[in-house]
Design a protein around this ligand. Structure first.
Ligand code: FES
Length: 136
């Protein structure tokens, strides 16, 4: 049943029935506040990571990217050429906009790395970070 979804979005063609059912489930979840995303780890921040030496509370099992986005970090890195700020985009390991230094190793994908108590994170600044050097 697709009663509440505008027909301009669903089509009505039988060959799109499977896509329509999936779309309806997402649509209904968004309407009820359930949303498309469900937390798979703890919802309590019980561990601590450090970004540029500042403590941030993290949830066991979450990714570094999820933790830092929840903490409203303004950017994870700046680009080598223009210096523009970058935040995670895809969250599935494809775009590389989430690169960050983790425990002294640069250019790690924050969206694919799980937090660990005491983890040391450092934002990456431009070309020096790509080359493995820190700007002072
Ligand atoms: S957010 Fe795209 S690779 Fe991590």
């Amino acid at each position: 049943m697709i009663g509440s979804i505008p027909s301009s979005l669903t089509g009505g063609d039988h060959r799109h029935a499977v896509e329509n059912d999936r779309f309806e489930a997402i649509w209904q979840n968004n309407r009820t506040g359930a949303g498309m995303f469900t937390s798979i780890g703890s919802t309590e921040a019980t561990i601590t990571v450090f970004l540029d030496d500042k403590p941030i509370q993290a949830r066991e099992g979450e990714t570094v990217a999820a933790c830092l986005l929840r903490a409203s970090v303004p950017y994870f890195r700046t680009t080598p050429v223009s210096g523009s700020a970058r935040l995670p985009y895809c969250m599935i390991g494809l775009c590389f906009d989430c690169l960050i230094e983790i425990d002294g190793i640069g250019s790690r994908q924050a969206c694919l790395s799980q937090v660990r108590h005491g983890m040391r994170l450092r934002t990456q600044e431009g070309a020096a970070a790509v080359a493995g050097e820190h700007l002072q």
